[in-house]
Design a protein around this ligand. Structure first.
Ligand code: ZN
Length: 140
């Protein structure tokens, strides 16, 4: 996801609407997964092409692009900007790797759950945000 005003975002603002809250959660989630996936040098491998870069230069890709926030961590993987943006997530390889990683039936369950999930409530989003902020502290 492209952030046009990174300096304005502190993780604590933008709580006015559910969609702003979702964006905040997504950015926290993205930062968390990228940081957590990086090695001690801060390097991380792209899930779909294998390119290795610093986590700050990577994106967080989601297997299903239904909306901008998806809390199913099993479907979120670090990707380079080329795969995520130019190849629209490189979803063929993404799916292949997910199936290899999880068993095929779990993969199916994951994707169908995601499709049937209704939108998050404000309360759920605030909970998710709180958890993500706590989790991120471990990697500061
Ligand atoms: Zn890539």
């Amino acid at each position: 996801m492209k952030s046009s005003h990174p300096s304005r975002w502190k993780g604590k603002t933008n709580l006015s609407s559910n969609s702003a809250l979702k964006k905040t959660c997504w950015r926290l989630q993205s930062k968390l997964v990228r940081k957590r996936s990086a090695n001690w040098k801060g390097l991380v491998r792209c899930y779909t092409c294998g390119a290795i870069k610093h986590w700050k230069e990577m994106d967080l890709g989601h297997y299903i692009h239904k909306d901008c926030f998806n809390h199913e961590e099993d479907l979120l993987r670090v990707q380079c900007t080329h795969c995520n943006r130019h190849l629209s997530g490189n979803l063929g390889v993404f799916a292949e790797n997910l199936i290899k990683e999880h068993r095929a039936n779990k993969f199916q369950k994951l994707t169908s759950v995601r499709y049937s999930k209704k939108d998050y409530t404000r309360k759920e989003l605030l909970e998710i945000r709180k958890k993500l902020l706590q989790e991120l502290k471990k990697y500061e």
